[in-house]
Unconditional design. Structure first.
Length: 94
């Protein structure tokens, strides 16, 4: 439970606020999911995604991550318009 709370807090803390509307998020880049590496822990594929640097998008390639604390639900990044401006919500596990 502590891991879920930490992940949510990190995701919320990673949000950025901007007064300028962002450019549209580029379409995802097609990736071939490789075979998982040999690992002593269960792994789950984290798909590649676009991330906002504050001035442009950068592609973060997919990778296998430790499955502990992750669900099977991956939430892509998105922009939300608020009274304070635009808020960037990075991609994250739900």
């Amino acid at each position: 439970m502590k891991h879920c709370t930490l992940i949510i807090l990190l995701a919320l803390g990673a949000c950025t606020v901007s007064d300028m509307p962002p450019a549209p998020i580029p379409p995802p880049i097609a990736e071939t999911v490789p075979r998982p590496p040999v690992s002593p822990v269960p792994l789950i594929w984290q798909p590649g995604h676009w991330d906002w640097t504050g001035s442009s998008y950068v592609w973060i390639p997919g990778q296998y991550v430790d499955a502990a604390g992750h669900s099977n639900n991956w939430m892509p990044a998105w922009w939300e318009r608020t009274r304070a401006g635009w808020i960037w919500h990075p991609a994250h596990w739900v």
